[in-house]
Design a protein around this ligand. Structure first.
Ligand SMILES: *Cc1c(COP(=O)(O)O)cnc(C)c1O
Length: 409
């Protein structure tokens, strides 16, 4: 049978494994523990000799169903879900890296990931931050002890786009783990597997869940990386097929030992939200381009950052790689226009820190999510004090336009 499309596959995912009563949504299973008639089977589950559930911190049927959806969306081989996107990133780094290792990271990063990488440095893991929009900067930063390269697809908040394909080739050539945070594009706009990513991060809180009503994160193994090339896999996790070594170590060390597990209620919300990902994303992207163009021609706006604009330095790359240009754009205001005044005049746009919601949200980034990192690092990331980041929702475009018109009048 021909492989079904993105939406069809996701919509019919939960009923594929014969659910009780023929339910179309996987049930919310709240049981923490699982009982076994035969204690020998329980032991086999613990020893990994048989599939099964042992304890809710490691596995839960509702969470497994969501993991299967994400794996299918990313065209991967396995997914581990976590309580948040940050839990997915931190657990992955802490389970795969050791003291004395080195990673190369894009300098253009989600603020909390940037802060987390500072913690890794304090633990004795070296991190080089480079301008990843050009592969040569990544290549020049590689050292003898480099284990992993980390980039975001479209970076927050100035929308730089990493040199995704060339970095993929470089990582393949040097046998480095290539970890791509796909949150901003989501698997509807882009599959990092197509540029040889090894591991894909998604904050499920954002576009995949899509309604700002549940936190979650996921790491998906694309099957592209050869884990037998990776020296940090613990022998205990080498019993199965080598393609599963990485995700097994992330599950055992990152999920079981560190414990940031996704709850079944959240998993249900995120799974239901994911069913309309492509519809929401298409609408949010189409709203974003209209608003970005409006801002570009407005005299109170000094600069607009949106990959869909011809003025964007990586516009051609975005066009080539992504199905659309994303639903996030930022603006710098001209001198003497106060970002707080503009935000306070807005009505359909909510001043809020999230993104990927159905509602349009806006935030003065230098004063909030990028405040802690300090002025110097903000400047190096291209974040001006007057910058406002917008995450477009799916409202009627006429209402959003009117709101921008009156706020920027
Ligand atoms: C929000 C976000 C995260 C973290 O996700 P949470 O679910 O909020 O922990 C990671 N990366 C990017 C690009 C994000 O936007």
């Amino acid at each position: 049978m021909a492989k079904k499309g993105f939406n069809t596959t996701n919509l019919h995912s939960d009923r594929k494994d014969n659910p009780e009563h023929g339910v179309l949504h996987k049930a919310i299973h709240t049981s923490v523990a699982y009982g076994y008639e035969d204690a020998r089977v329980l032991a086999e589950v613990f020893q990994g000799k048989r599939a099964g559930y042992n304890y809710g911190r490691q596995l839960n049927p509702t969470v497994t169903a969501l993991q299967n959806r994400i794996t299918a969306m990313e065209d991967g081989i396995a997914t581990a879900a976590f309580a948040t996107g940050m839990a997915a990133i931190s657990s992955t780094m802490l389970s795969l890296l050791r003291q004395g290792d080195h990673i190369v990271s894009s300098a253009y990063l989600f603020g909390n990931t940037n802060s987390l990488f500072g913690t890794l440095q304090n633990l004795g893991i070296e991190v080089s931050f480079v301008d990843a929009t050009d592969v040569s900067h990544v290549e020049n930063a590689i050292q003898q002890n480099t284990k992993l390269v980390f980039v975001e697809t479209i970076a927050n908040p100035a929308t730089q786009i990493a040199d995704l394909a060339a970095i993929g080739e470089l990582c393949k050539d040097r046998q480095l783990i290539y970890c791509v945070d796909n949150t901003m594009t989501s698997p509807h706009l882009f599959l990092p597997k197509t540029v040889d990513a090894s591991l894909v991060v998604n904050s499920l809180t954002k576009y995949i869940g899509g309604h700002g009503n549940a936190l979650g994160g996921a790491i998906t193994d694309t099957g592209q990386y050869n884990w037998s090339d990776f020296s940090n896999i613990i022998d205990t996790y080498k019993s199965q097929d080598s393609s599963l070594w990485g995700i097994t170590q992330i599950r055992k060390k990152g999920l079981r030992d560190m414990g940031s597990s996704l709850g079944p209620e959240a998993a249900h919300h995120l799974a239901v939200g994911s069913e309309t990902l492509s519809l929401r994303m298409d609408k949010a992207c189409s709203n974003a381009i209209v608003l970005a163009k409006f801002c570009e021609s407005n005299s109170k706006v000094n600069r607009v950052y949106y990959p869909g604009l011809k003025s964007h330095p990586q516009h051609d790359r975005a066009q080539e790689l992504f199905k659309n240009f994303g639903a996030l754009f930022s603006i710098d205001l001209v001198d003497n226009v106060d970002c707080f005044d503009i935000l306070n005049k807005m009505d359909s746009v909510v001043a809020s820190s999230n993104l990927g919601d159905t509602r349009t949200l806006a935030i003065p980034v230098a004063h909030t999510i990028y405040f802690e990192m300090g002025a110097e690092r903000r400047a190096s990331m291209g974040i001006a004090d007057s910058m406002i980041r917008f995450s477009t929702g799916i409202e009627d475009i006429d209402d959003l336009l009117q709101d921008f018109e009156q706020a920027l009048a």
